[in-house]
Each structure stands twice: as structure tokens, then as C-alpha cells.
Design a protein around this ligand. Structure first.
Ligand code: AMP
Length: 285
């Protein structure tokens, strides 16, 4: 496994792999690697790709007052995981390698970033889209792998790639969960034991919504009220940012689930903001 800190090194290594006719698979991450990240790496390796992982805590996607400084950065164990999982190249740039003194060019994906998390983190998706565009330009992958866990991010990146005619495919992989259903996340390690226990309410609420929709209850306000009840009854829940039922492509709110819908939420447990989602079909049970 190679580890590169500079753009030039990445370009040279990827060029050589491509010369050997290898397909290039790319998994962008912020590190603190866990089973969710590993599922994306595994998929890239299984797809037969020369697999590139980036580890970069991207400052431009954090809002002021968020956890940029305290975000975990366990580089040695991340590199070990990458090595174990047969990653070919890890790109670990310093902030100055990706961003110059002043950035005047940003990627703004309109409409899709207005709702859900975008309403609570106004500059977040501009930072995400911009860093992904930069990384795609540097790595030039054939395929990039993203997690369904960050559903809005996956929709936004797919749209950016389509709108800007970027020559790569975006593959979205299923959310990996803990045994109690909590979506695996680097931020779960911020939770106290009690908060961690309580965090299971998030998936419980999503599952309840799934069951109700399958049994024929498809009116969104009723489904949302039920989820709100479950989550609000949990002692360490400090705030519900949103619980929404939206179209899986346009991310526009749906009054009723007729076919498929994205049920997405963001909840603060203590100071930790957790997001999760499921795709629900009406009456399919
Ligand atoms: P992050 O390091 O949080 O920026 O995540 C990097 C990638 O891993 C993103 O595409 C996420 O959607 C994906 N990811 C994070 N958590 C999970 C999970 N529990 N299951 C599947 N993918 C995940």
C-alpha cells in the first residue's frame, strides 16, 4: 500500500495503475475509519478496482462552532485498516495541499442543498461538493463510492457529477449499522454510555415508520408525528433538527408516500448531532 501526501504523487501513482489498465475506485473519507467506510473499501476492492482512499478532515464543510477541531484523527490505526483491507493508495493531504491561500471557486449545487441538513448547516454542502470536485480532479477515478448513511450528500454529489459532466460513476452503498440499529459513525464515539444507549431511538423511530407505511399508513404528517413521539420520549435527546419524508431524487417534501420515499432525520443527543435515514415503500410488506 502506498501513502501519498501530495497531489503530484497521487497523479503519478494513479497514472501508473491506469497504464496497467486498472479501473480506479475512490473512497473519500474524513478518517476515523469504521465498518461503514470499510464496506465502501470492500466494494471497490471486490469490483476489481485499484482502490484509492482519501483521509482529509475538510475544514470548509464545517460550520463555525462545529466539531472541526475535535474531530477524531487516528491516522496510524486508519492506515492499518486500509492496509488490512487491501487499499492500494491512501491520500492524506495537509489542508494547504488542497486549498491555497484564498479559494474563490466553489461548487454550489442548488435546490438539493436547501432542505434537510442544508437548512441547519448552510455552507456544509458547498464545502462537500467543492472538496469532492477537487478530489475527483486529483484522483480521476472511474468510480467513487459513497454511503447511503449520508443520503443528501449522495444525491448532491450525483447531481454535481451529472451537471459538470464529470467522467465517473457514483456508487451508493447501504448503511452499516450497530447490532441495535444505530448507524455506524465517527461521531458515535462522542456519546456517553447512556447517550449511546438512547441513540437506538433513532433507528427504532425509522423502523416504526417503515412498519406503518407497509401497513398502509402513508400520510407523512402522521408518520412524522409518530417518529417524533419516539425520539422526544428519549431522555438524552436534546433537540430534533428535523424529521422529514421527501422524494428520493428531488429531496422535496412528500405529503404522502405513494411509491418510494426517503425518511431522513437529524437529532442532537447531548451535543452530538446524528443523522440517519431509510428508504421506505408504501404497502410493500
Ligand atoms: P465521512 O468520513 O463521515 O465523511 O464518510 C465517508 C464516507 O463513508 C461517506 O460516503 C459516508 O456516507 C460513508 N459512511 C459513513 N458512515 C457510514 C455507514 N454507517 N454506512 C455506510 N457508509 C457510511
Amino acid at each position: 500500500m502506498k501513502v501519498a501526501k501530495t497531489i503530484t504523487e497521487v497523479r503519478d501513482i494513479v497514472k501508473a495503475a491506469r497504464g496497467g489498465r486498472e479501473k480506479v475506485g475512490f473512497v473519500p473519507t474524513m478518517g476515523a475509519l469504521h465498518a461503514g467506510h470499510v464496506s465502501l473499501i470492500r466494494r471497490s476492492v471486490e469490483d476489481g478496482c485499484f482502490t484509492v482512499v482519501s483521509i482529509f478532515v475538510n475544514p470548509t464543510q464545517f460550520e463555525p462552532g462545529e466539531d472541526f477541531e475535535k474531530y477524531p484523527r487516528p491516522l496510524d490505526s486508519d492506515l492499518k485498516i486500509c492496509e488490512d483491507k487491501k487499499v492500494d493508495l491512501v491520500f492524506v493531504p495537509a489542508a494547504g495541499e488542497l486549498y491555497g491561500k484564498e479559494t474563490l471557486t466553489w461548487v454550489n449545487v442548488e435546490k438539493l442543498t436547501a432542505g434537510l441538513c442544508g437548512r441547519f448547516r448552510p455552507g456544509h454542502f458547498r464545502g462537500v461538493a467543492t472538496v469532492c470536485a477537487k478530489l475527483f480532479n486529483i484522483v480521476q477515478p472511474d468510480v467513487a463510492y459513497f454511503g447511503q448513511k449520508d443520503a443528501q450528500q449522495a444525491v448532491v454529489i450525483k447531481k454535481m457529477v451529472a451537471d459538470l459532466n464529470m467522467p465517473l460513476e457514483i456508487v451508493v452503498c447501504p448503511t452499516v449499522r450497530e447490532p441495535d440499529g444505530l448507524a455506524v459513525s465517527s461521531r458515535n464515539q462522542y456519546l456517553s454510555p447512556q447517550q449511546r444507549k438512547d441513540a437506538a431511538c433513532i433507528y427504532n423511530a425509522l423502523q416504526k415508520c417503515e412498519q406503518m407505511a407497509k401497513s398502509g399508513i402513508t400520510h407523512s404528517p402522521q408518520l412524522i408525528a409518530e417518529m417524533q413521539k419516539i425520539i422526544a420520549a428519549t431522555p438524552t435527546v436534546k433537540q430534533i433538527d428535523y424529521i422529514e419524508i421527501v422524494d428520493t431524487q428531488s429531496l422535496q417534501p412528500l405529503d404522502k408516500i405513494t411509491d418510494k420515499a426517503l425518511v431522513a432525520l437529524a437529532v442532537k443527543i447531548g451535543a452530538t448531532r446524528l443523522i440517519d435515514n431509510v428508504i421506505v415503500s408504501a404497502g410493500s410488506g
